[in-house]
Design a binder for this molecule. Structure first.
Ligand SMILES: [Zn+2]
Length: 252
C-alpha cells in the first residue's frame, strides 16, 4: 500500500550496503522508521530530501509495520543549521528528545509544528537559542502531558509572587514566604519574570508562542529549570544534550 505523509527527518543511520534507515516525525504516524534503498547510489535529489532536518512530503510503501521510501517532494530543508555547530547540536538534541519520547504510531500534529517552528527560528537566527531551548523543552513536555502547575503558590494561592521557588520534582511553585526548604531539594529560586516566561511557554496559543522577550537573568534561570524539568520527567539525559554543552563550554 502506498501512502503520502508530510514529515521531518530526525535521524539517519546506515543499514549495510543496501541502504539506510531514517526516522521521520509525521503528523499521521508519529515517528516512523523508513528504509531508503540503495542510498549510496541515490541521485543527489533523493539523498538531499532524506537527509537530517529535511521536511518533505514522502510517498512510502507500507508493508506491515515497515515503511519503504519511494519518492519525496521537499517542502523545506533546514540547510542553515549546518552553518553553525551550536545550532546544529541544539537541533540534534530536540530531534533526539522527540525520537526517544514520542510513542510510535501516535498522531503528532502539535509536536511536529513545534519542532518545525523552533528550527525555523533557529535557522533564521530570529530568536536567541537561550530562549528557544527552554521554550522547546517546556512546551514539548506539556504536549506530552507533563505540564508543570503554573497557576498559584501551592500553599497561599498567590497568583504572582515577587519571588518564588519552582520545584522540578513536584512540578509546582511556592512563593518565597511559603517555602521553608524542607519539601524539596530540586528547586529553582526565581523572580516573577521567570514564572511569567514559564507560563507563557506552557499556556499560550501556538501562534503567539515565539512572541515574547525576557532579560538575560530570566533566560538563564528558566533555561536551567527547563532542562532539569524535561530530563527529570522523561528519566533520561540525551547524549546530544551533553554534546551541546561540551560545544558551549569549549566555544568550538
Ligand atoms: Zn505562598
Amino acid at each position: 500500500m502506498l501512502i503520502t505523509v508530510n514529515g521531518l527527518v530526525l535521524h539517519e543511520r546506515p543499514a549495510g550496503d543496501k541502504g539506510r534507515f531514517i526516522d521521520v516525525l509525521t503528523q499521521e504516524l508519529g515517528v516512523a522508521e523508513v528504509f531508503v534503498r540503495g542510498a549510496k547510489k541515490a541521485t543527489g535529489k533523493s539523498t538531499c530530501v532524506t537527509q537530517l532536518f529535511s521536511y518533505a512530503s514522502f510517498c512510502l510503501e507500507q508493508r506491515g509495520d515497515l515503511y519503504y521510501f519511494q519518492s519525496a517532494r521537499p517542502i523545506r530543508i533546514f540547510y542553515g543549521l549546518r552553518e553553525n555547530l551550536d545550532h546544529l547540536s541544539l537541533a540534534s538534541y530536540f530531534a533526539e528528545l522527540v525520537r526517544l519520547a514520542v510513542p510510535k504510531g501516535r498522531q503528532e500534529n502539535m509536536i511536529l509544528r513545534l519542532i518545525l517552528n523552533t528550527l525555523h527560528y533557529l535557522t533564521e537566527k530570529k530568536r536567541d537559542e537561550r530562549l528557544l531551548k527552554p521554550l522547546f523543552e517546556l512546551r514539548f513536555a506539556s504536549e506530552l502531558g507533563l505540564m508543570p502547575d503554573v497557576l498559584m503558590c501551592r500553599r497561599c494561592m498567590d497568583y504572582l509572587p515577587e519571588k518564588l521557588v519552582f520545584s522540578v520534582a513536584e512540578g509546582c511553585f511556592w512563593c518565597e514566604e511559603c517555602y521553608h526548604g524542607e519539601e524539596d531539594t530540586s528547586v529553582f529560586p526565581m523572580s516573577r519574570s521567570g514564572l511569567e516566561m514559564i507560563r507563557h511557554i506552557v499556556l499560550v496559543e501556538t501562534d503567539r508562542l515565539f512572541h515574547f522577550r525576557a532579560g538575560g537573568e530570566t533566560l538563564d534561570v528558566v533555561s536551567r529549570f527547563a532542562e532539569s524539568f524535561i530530563c527529570h520527567h522523561l528519566s533520561m539525559r540525551p547524549r546530544s544534550l551533553e554534546f551541546y554543552h561540551s560545544i558551549k563550554r569549549n566555544g568550538i
